[in-house]
Design a protein around this ligand. Structure first.
Ligand SMILES: Nc1nc2c(c(=O)[nH]1)N[C@H]1C(S)=C(S)[C@@H](COP(=O)(O)O)O[C@H]1N2
Ligand SMILES: [Mo]
Length: 198
């Protein structure tokens, strides 16, 4: 029997089962943006949530951070086929921003500075999404959506809107930017919900 490292084999198998079908392991961090990089100072940044009946609430940067940063260790998956394992983020959970504004809502349109949008069912945000402000121990760079982006790691990464500006709660589903342009409405990487059949 040849020499092998059980630890190395173990970690390879662990990586394999964490990479969804059709994805490859990426060790870098590619930048994917449809337009120019937005540059928003934390002094100007606001997070605005609009309820299904049109009522609005806004949070400044300091008010958002004061909600409480959590550490999020997670794998991420881009529909262009790369997956990155064990990424480390800091971010504020989204749930407190929905409280009191989610009556009659089933879906959310996420809006970004620069005009990017993406839609999600409310259940895919509750308990599973963050406003991320740090990556790998440093403030999130503008290329990756800093000062703050949405982080929804259980769905393909186009749902994780960079330069996030706010949420619009909706009484029914409605497609965002990529969803209008051929991407799947939902985007679960384990079900390979990549592209729409329409
Ligand atoms: N505002 C905005 N958010 C965005 C995008 C974009 O073009 N604009 N691209 C999406 C896509 S398709 C992906 S794969 C990820 C890429 O994030 P990254 O550039 O940090 O890797 O951001 C998503 N969020
Ligand atoms: Mo993407």
């Amino acid at each position: 029997m040849g020499v092998f490292s059980p630890g190395f084999r173990g970690s390879r198998r662990d990586e394999d089962v964490r990479i969804p079908p059709g994805q490859y392991l990426e060790r870098g961090f590619p930048v994917l943006s449809t337009g120019a990089t937005e540059r928003i100072s934390t002094a100007d940044w606001r997070f605005t949530v609009t309820g299904a009946k049109g009522e609005t609430r806004s949070w400044t940067w300091d008010e958002t951070i004061a909600v409480g940063l959590e550490t999020v260790n997670t794998d991420i998956h881009c529909v262009t086929s790369w997956s990155k394992l064990d990424t480390m983020w800091r971010g504020v959970p989204i749930d407190p921003f929905l409280d009191g504004l989610d009556a009659d809502a089933t879906h959310v349109m996420v809006h970004s500075y620069g005009g990017y949008t993406t839609n999600l069912p409310l259940e895919d945000l509750r308990g599973r999404a963050w406003i991320a402000t740090e990556f790998d121990g440093a403030p999130l760079t503008p290329e990756h959506g800093g000062p703050a982006r949405l982080l929804v790691p259980h769905l393909y990464f186009w749902k994780s809107a960079k330069w996030v500006q706010g949420l619009q709660l909706m009484p029914r589903d409605s497609p965002g930017f990529w969803e209008r342009n051929g991407y799947h409405d939902h985007g679960d990487p384990w079900l390979e919900e990549r592209y729409s059949s329409f």
